[in-house]
Write a protein that binds this ligand. Sequence first.
Ligand code: SF4
Ligand code: FES
Length: 255
Amino acid sequence: MNFHLKVWRQAGPRELGRMVDYEARNIPSEASFLEMLDIVNEDLTSRREIPIQFDHDCREGICGTCGLTINGVPHGHGCTGGETTCQLYMRKFSNGSTIYIEPFRATSFPVLCDLSVDRSAFDRIIQAGGFISERSGSASDANAHPIPKATAELAMDAAACIGCGACVAACPNSSAMLFVAAKVTHLELLPQGRLEARQRVLNMIHATDAEGFGGCSNFYECEAVCPASIPVEFISRTNRHYTMASLRTAIGIPD
Ligand code: SF4
Ligand code: FES
C-alpha cells in the first residue's frame, strides 16, 4: 500500500512547527500505524535525513505511551473501533489516501519534538492523589476484603484507563476530567483506597486545575476517542464526590 503523509515536524519545544509531505511506499496492509512510520523513518535515515520522532513503548495497547492525532482525531478513531495508535492497522486506510499526522494538541501537553508531547502533567496529577494506607508486603488473601461483584467490576472499568491523553486532545476545552475521573473512581470504590478518598479527590482536582487543563463542558468527545472505553458517567460521579468532599471539609465533618 502507498500513502501520502502530511506530518507535523517541530525541531523542539521552542521551534515553529509545520506540516511536511512524505511518501509511505510499499507498506504491508498488516503493518500497524507505528510500523508504517518505522518504514518511513528507515527511508529517511538511509537518506541521512532526521527521522520523525514519536512516542511509543509497548505497542500492545496497554502502556498509553503512543498517541497521534490522525486525520484530526486522537488515535485516528473513526477508522478503528477504540484502539490506541499502535493497534491501528494500515488496512483501515484506503490505498493511495492522504493521511494527516499531528501530535496530541493541548496547552498542558507541550510538544517536545515532532509528534512527541510532554504528558508529565498526568504524572503530577497522579502524585497529587498520594498513597493508599494499605500495607505493602505479600499479597493478602483474595477474601480478606469482601467486595461486591458489581463494585469490583466498576472499579475494574475505571482501572482500564491507560493514561494516554487522547481524552484531553479530543476535548475542545482540553479537559482532563475523563482521565482524572477514572483514577479517582477506581481507588474510591475499593476499601483499600477509601480511607483517603476525600483528600485524594480534592488534591487531584486542584492539581488538574493547576496544570492548566480546562473544565468539562459535557462534549463527550473524550468518551468517543477513549481506547479503554472509559464512560463519562465517571465524570459526574467524580463531580458529586468532589462537591461532597469540599462541603464536608468546609464545615469540618470528619471522615
Ligand atoms: S480516559 Fe481514556 S482517553 Fe483518557 S487517558 Fe484514560 S484511556 Fe486515555
Ligand atoms: S505503545 Fe503502548 S499503548 Fe501504544
